[in-house]
Write a protein that binds this ligand. Structure first.
Ligand code: ATP
Ligand code: MG
Length: 372
């Protein structure tokens, strides 16, 4: 990507940032707009903010719309993505000047891996953190997955409100059948895809983990579905299994008013050797596990799409020790365009940083302060 321009985005009324092809370091005190730049990049390539589901929060306070223009290069040529959002929620998207209707049209143009301090919770946190990790990653490489996930979530909400209505005697449970069928159909696709992706991520994450731990630790990842499917069998028999489980759960679900199994309840089991890292790992092991899982996304996306994603590291350098930091920079050097935010450059970069551009953000103004 060669640069981004922002108009009324967060605390930037007007900003133009020209990127370095490899390493961009955004420095500045707290609350000056460092993360906002990373968020704008992430938003433009995925159509979503990583911090809020409310796009209107992204508009500079008191203004009526924001606009972001991102200029990138792909093997296939230059690409210009323009997104603007109005305060009534209406969005306008253009790719290379051509209007596009759906945000999912952004899928596959440019991919991004975002790593923020919350991702340190990938191992330690609850299952939803790990599901989100998979969903964000897979959605970027598969518009079909994105479509299935959106449909699954919509049906899940509708089914849950029907379960509540049945509990209250307002509706008959016979109506559940229609939702069950659709839930099973999308649910099976999601579980199968997640299992497939975990299998692809495993060797990548394992290799990274071995490198960081100097050959000492073997990382293991396994997808744990709340409904067991047999990937070797046909999709329709998996759907039958899914439906069978819904039937078995029927009474409990009506009582609780929620759907108790399905991909929205699944998890990833993370082990070092045979030991569950979430329960028994040291803090350092949990961090290394999280780092390996995040970094494995880079090669995964390269394998899936043929191009490296951009890497957005928000405040994570200061969370890593010198060795892990060095490893990270070695992995991305010269091949992955990387963006790093930090409040104290001296704290995170021990030596002079070659081949990089350093910016400083201050109250919604961003300038280049050093070219390495
Ligand atoms: N819609 C908005 N309009 C104007 N300003 C906003 C808007 N949303 C957030 N801000 C401001 O943006 C600033 C936060 O920016 P950002 O999160 O990028 O900070 P940061 O430099 O990453 O700080 P830290 O080092 O604490 O992470 C805050 O001052 C916040 O008040
Ligand atoms: Mg920040």
């Amino acid at each position: 990507m060669s640069g981004i321009s922002l108009h009324n985005y967060r605390n930037y009324q007007e900003a133009q940032v020209d990127f370095h092809p490899f390493l961009n370091i955004i420095t500045g005190r707290n609350a000056q707009g460092k993360t906002n730049i990373l968020e704008a990049i992430f938003y433009t390539v995925t159509g979503k903010s990583h911090r809020t589901g409310f796009d209107t929060e992204l508009i500079f306070w008191g203004e009526k719309f924001f606009r972001i223009i991102l200029n990138g290069e792909r093997f296939s040529g230059r690409v210009k993505i323009e997104i603007s959002t109005r305060s009534d929620g209406k969005k306008i998207l253009k790719v290379n000047g051509q209007p596009r209707k759906k945000l999912s049209d952004l899928i596959g143009i440019i991919n991004a891996v975002l790593f923020s301090p919350e991702d340190m919770m990938l191992v330690k946190g609850g299952p939803s953190v790990r599901r989100r990790y998979l969903d964000i990653e897979i959605s970027q490489v598969s518009s079909y997955y994105c479509h299935c996930l959106a449909n699954y979530n919509r049906i899940l909400l509708q089914r849950n409100s029907l379960l509540k209505a049945v509990r209250e005697g307002k509706e008959s449970d016979e109506l559940l059948g229609v939702w069950d069928k659709q839930l099973a159909e999308y649910g099976v696709t999601i579980i199968r895809k997640r299992e497939e992706v975990i299998k692809k991520l495993l060797p990548l994450a394992q290799k990274i983990h071995l490198n960081i731990t100097e050959g000492n630790e073997e990382l293991n990842l396994k997808y744990i579905p709340s409904i067991n499917l047999d990937i070797e069998t046909s999709k329709s028999s998996d759907e039958d299994n899914f439906l069978k489980r819904l039937k078995e759960n029927r009474k409990v679900e009506i009582l609780k008013g929620i759907t108790v199994s399905g991909p929205h309840r699944d998890d990833i089991d993370i082990r070092i050797g045979n030991i569950n890292v979430k329960a028994f790992g040291s803090q350092g092991q949990q961090r290394t596990g999280a780092l390996s899982m995040k970094l494995s996304e880079i090669e995964f996306m390269k394998n899936e799409t043929g191009e490296y994603p951009v890497l957005l590291l928000d405040d994570v350098m200061s969370e890593l020790d010198t060795n892990r930091r060095k490893y990270l920079l070695k992995v991305v050097k010269g091949k992955v365009q990387t963006f790093v935010t930090t409040t104290g450059i001296k704290d995170v970069f021990d030596t002079v940083i070659e081949n990089s551009r350093i910016f400083e953000a201050q109250s919604g103004i961003i300038n280049i302060v050093q070219e390495g």
